[in-house]
Design a protein around this ligand. Structure first.
Ligand SMILES: [Zn+2]
Length: 86
């Protein structure tokens, strides 16, 4: 299911992000958004900002579902709280 070859480079967060995008090119730096079909340059991290509308040098997704956006926000919180508890 996962279209990646170098799996050791994938963080759990990145793995999750591939639900909403797919590699547009071999080098994985360009990801096609499954909601709006735009090509996001900068990898899965950028795609998640695109979907979460973080506005950090990336255009917000016009078609992302509220469910997906909540999912991403939740993920961020979980990752953050993990870091804090350790
Ligand atoms: Zn999009």
């Amino acid at each position: 299911m996962l279209p990646l070859k170098n799996k050791k480079c994938i963080t759990p967060s990145d793995y999750h992000g591939w639900k909403w995008g797919e590699p547009a090119e071999v080098n994985l730096n360009n990801v096609r958004c499954k909601f709006c079909d735009n090509i996001i340059k900068g990898g899965i991290t950028k795609l998640k900002k695109h979907l979460g509308a973080k506005r950090e040098n990336v255009a917000p997704c016009p078609r992302v579902s509220i469910q997906a956006r909540k999912n991403i926000a939740q993920q961020h919180q979980e990752l953050h709280s993990e870091k804090v508890s350790k």
